[in-house]
Design a protein. Structure first.
Length: 107
């Protein structure tokens, strides 16, 4: 399993709006992509900074940028509330995933 790591954010007062876009538009668009496994969205409420980890079956899927109309629409909505500051996207190999009561699993 691989994770795509995206860091960016919004003004703190726009954080709820950003979260709604992620929940209502971005995640549904990603669910339509081949190899998508899941996502975690992290936030700092004080700074507005966010980090999203999306999980994919293969490294190639994690490195790809979807081009579906649903994904492009979600990106447009994100851009409307984004601070415009973003770190380069990274792809990481997931070697341990601990969920569901704390069980750790090798990937």
């Amino acid at each position: 399993m691989y994770a795509q790591v995206v860091q960016g954010g919004s003004a703190p007062e726009k954080r709820d709006e950003m979260n709604a876009v992620v929940r209502e538009h971005l995640i549904p668009a990603l669910k339509q992509e081949a190899g998508f496994v899941g996502a975690v969205n992290l936030e700092n409420r004080e700074s507005g900074h966010g980090m999203m980890l999306t999980f994919w079956e293969t490294e190639q899927q994690a490195a790809a940028i979807p081009d579906s109309s649903a994904f492009m629409e979600a990106l447009g909505r994100i851009a409307a509330v984004s601070s415009g500051q973003r770190a380069p996207i990274g792809v990481w190999h997931v070697n341990v995933l601990a969920m569901d009561g704390g069980r750790a699993e090798a990937c």
